[in-house]
Write a protein that binds this ligand. Structure first.
Ligand code: LUZ
Ligand code: MOS
Length: 761
């Protein structure tokens, strides 16, 4: 019953696309505002670490149009927003730990008045010593959470038997999310001290929980609603909550609607980013270049509070060996507390940071041994039956198939000889090529989070309302949900109305994150649809008087019993169900089977499945200027059986370019005193159309896909970002073509300045 509608929709467009183009898609700031709405501005700490000595906001609060100024003392509940660890106040009390840390909430009749009031606040803060370097924080014992260590085999003994050993340091910078829509929320008081909150969040339940905690009320009095958000990339997995809590606090205390929407500059300063990492590696190979042992120590820059950093740290360890099998591994990770804004989830969630380190180690080894890195990469690929350092056994491994198909289909040797020719005929322009394999585990690493629910109603006219816990953030999940409902009922896509994500319709949601949103919510939705469908099939059998064993199906809105089409429309079927007083609503539930993880031994089976792929990245470096561009990126990606190729391709292209931006030009800079220098989009360089590779080719690896993926269509959100890591090595190889003695420090972003230094270093 699946075939025809699935094929019809497998190439379908994102259903939101026309509305994005004509400007009618509704984001937070597009909501009509209620009369009497109040606007909130947040006063952030001007310095990165200090003790608040005095705050005087008397004059500010007397300005015309200022409604109220709120400090931590006004919080009716607990002044605490820490999700994993309770270490972060909503509003600072005595100490500020990072520049931009919220201190006061200013409510006024307009944003302009709130801004004027903010200028009038008199605040004295005694500066305290600032640490921004994670290694220094580690030395001084400033850790956000317990250090973690994953082990396989015995590295000490293994290194003794190695023919070659290389050691070094690798670093990756942070990354600003630059979601198009900044953080924000709009909170409306409802009767009996309840609140209705529109929030630009990936995690409606996280918002609900945080608001209830701040207000000292129960979650049942807080209703959170999300229509869609203008990008998240992890930045709104946890860090949407404080801004919703600000709006909620204002609305609760004034009993008026309050809107808190950050401007870009506040968003850049006040919110956390991808965690920067600095790491040490040691890699040991035998005489045939098999990687026999690998050790790494990761120092994660967590910022001033734990936020999601402990979970991110864990994913660094899960992906520390990328798509390679190494029999002896020891990896240790430290989450270091520094005086920058608390860092948070960002597409890949610590995985990319870990993968960069082993790629650097392999590149280091291959350079020292005078072999092509691709030789070492290919030789050490994962294969079925071996063990990941966390105990899961490799199954359905697509690492080698992706790699080999990339080599064959894109004619690697031909590409390499073209580059050699180019490099031998150009003195000051060199091309470089790198292969970047990826392996990414799908599931929240916290097993409990791998559950979801959905609610389906069929209305009496045959139209269908669908609610899930999935948040649409541009990734196309709503289109996939509509496809699933249409397919399960065998009706056309236009019958399906996808509702907002709302905590009263679907409760206890996991955030839309970990690439798992379509799988988890899609499977819950499928469950709900199938419950109703089973009731409808029973009715059909009754109407045509056949036995339970006779197969019924609905396909393209036609009802079939066995070989015969039944003379009944979808609307008539629904009417019949109502007349028979059969429920046309259902709640679906899904919990990923099989997965588990035991942190006490750091072993288990944490992932439902893995996603694989290989990219070939070709760059051209201007050896006089250090600037570069990308000629082409050619990818073989393991989509399983894609349920929507257009959407999945969009995720690959976007993820690739976002990853390349992280590795090449996106440079977060803090002054030694912790002040953020890269605080506008004029001094923080995200990829633009000129940075996009001139050619991006993506080919689907022909495989079945996993049963734990919805319709065997594998998760596609985060994995492609990691192809971008290859940008470093592609540029590095061009640099080496110019100067074989170039000093590479394996430090990303590899900005043109850094490239220039390497060319002549
Ligand atoms: N969020 C989370 C994530 O809480 N746990 C995860 O494992 C994860 N992975 C990727 C992105 N967000
Ligand atoms: Mo994410 S980094 O999947 O919110």
């Amino acid at each position: 019953m699946r075939s025809s509608s699935q094929q019809a929709s497998a190439t379908g467009k994102n259903l939101d696309a026309p509305f994005h183009v004509n400007g009618t898609s509704c984001y937070l700031d597009d909501l009509p505002e209620l009369a009497g709405t109040i606007y909130a501005k947040v006063l952030g700490s001007p310095i990165a670490h200090g003790r608040i000595q005095s705050i005087d906001y008397q004059a500010a609060s007397e300005l015309t149009g200022v409604v109220r100024i709120i400090s931590y003392q006004d919080i009716p509940g607990e002044n605490q927003i820490g999700g994993i660890i309770a270490d972060e106040p909503l509003l600072a009390e005595e100490i500020v730990d990072f520049q931009g840390q919220p201190i006061l909430l200013i409510l006024a009749e307009s944003e302009a008045i709130a801004e004027v009031a903010l200028e009038q606040v008199d605040i004295a803060i005694e500066p305290l010593p600032v640490i921004i370097d994670p290694r220094e924080a580690y030395q001084k014992g400033h850790l956000l959470s317990g250090s973690r260590s994953f082990q396989l085999g015995d590295t000490d003994t293994a290194f003794e038997g190695c023919e070659y050993i290389f050691e070094g340091t690798a670093e990756t910078g942070g990354q600003e999310h630059v979601y198009l829509e900044p953080q924000g929320a709009y909170a409306i008081p409802t009767e009996r001290k309840g609140l209705f909150i529109y929030s630009s969040t990936q995690g409606p339940t996280a918002v609900q929980r945080t608001v209830a905690r701040i207000l000292g009320t129960s979650m049942s009095y807080v209703e959170v609603d999300v229509n869609r958000i203008g990008g998240g990339f992890g930045g709104k997995e946890d860090q949407a909550s404080p801004w919703a809590a600000m709006a909620a606090l204002g609305a609760f205390l004034t009993q008026k609607p309050v809107k808190c929407l950050l401007d870009r500059k506040d968003d850049l300063t006040m919110t956390g980013k991808r965690n920067p990492y600095t790491s040490d590696y040691k890699i040991g190979l035998d005489k045939d270049f098999n990687i026999v042992a690998y050790e790494a120590t990761y120092y994660q820059n967590g910022g001033a509070a734990a936020d999601l950093s402990p979970a991110i740290l864990e994913r660094t360890l899960f992906h520390g060996t990328n798509s390679y099998f190494v029999p002896n591994v020891r990896m240790t990770a430290h989450s270091c507390r520094t005086n920058i804004a608390p860092n948070t989830a960002f597409r890949g969630f610590g995985g990319p940071q870990g993968m960069f380190v082993i790629e650097a180690a392999i590149h280091h080894a291959s350079r020292a041994l005078g072999v092509d890195p691709a030789e070492i990469q290919r030789k050490n690929m994962l294969k079925n039956g071996v063990e990941f350092p966390y105990g899961q056994i490799v199954e359905d491994c697509e690492a080698v198939p992706c790699w080999d198909q990339a080599v064959d289909q894109y004619q690697l040797s031909h590409l390499q000889s073209e580059i050699a020719t180019y490099n031998s005929t150009n003195d000051f322009s060199k091309k470089g090529l790198a292969l970047m394999p990826i392996c990414f585990g799908i599931s929240f690493t916290n097993t409990q989070m791998n559950q979801a629910r959905a609610l389906v109603h069929i209305y009496s006219d045959g139209s269908i309302g669908v609610s899930t816990g999935a948040v649409e953030m541009g990734q196309g999940v709503n289109t996939k949900m509509v496809q699933i409902a249409a397919q399960e009922f065998g009706v056309s896509l236009d019958r399906i109305k996808l509702e907002t994500t709302n905590t009263t319709r679907v409760a206890n949601t996991s955030p839309s994150a970990a690439s798992a949103t379509a799988d988890l919510n899609g499977k819950a939705l499928k469950d709900a649809c199938q419950q109703i469908r089973a009731r409808l099939f029973t009715i059909i059998r009754e109407v045509v008087a056949v036995e339970d064993s006779v197969e019924v199906m609905i396909l393209d809105e036609k009802i079939w019993v066995g070989e015969n089409q039944v003379d009944m429309t979808w609307e008539q079927l629904i009417q019949t169900a109502l007349s028979k007083r059969v429920s046309l609503s259902a709640k679906g539930h899904y919990a990923t089977p099989r997965i588990h993880f035991d942190k006490t031994v750091e072993k288990g089976h944490p992932f439902a499945y893995h996603v694989y792929g290989t990219a070939i990245l070709i760059s051209t470096v201007d050896c006089l200027r250090g600037t570069y561009s990308f000629d082409a990126v050619k990818i073989i990606h393991d989509f399983g059986t894609s349920m929507n190729r257009a959407i999945d391709l969009g995720q690959i292209e976007g993820g690739l370019v976002q990853g390349m931006g992280w590795i090449t030009t996106e440079e977060l800079m803090h002054r030694p005193d912790g002040i953020l220098l890269s605080n506008t989009l004029a001094n923080y360089k995200i990829p633009d159309i000129y940075a996009v590779p001139k050619e991006i080719e993506v080919e689907f690896l022909p495989t079945d896909g996993s049963d734990l993926a919805i319709y065997k269509s594998k998760a596609v959100g985060e994995p492609p970002l990691m192809y971008g890591i290859g940008a470093y090595f592609s540029i590095a190889n061009a640099v080496l073509a110019f100067n074989p003695k170039a000093k590479l420090n394996y430090r990303a972003p590899f900005t043109p300045e850094e490239v220039l230094m390497a060319l002549y270093g």
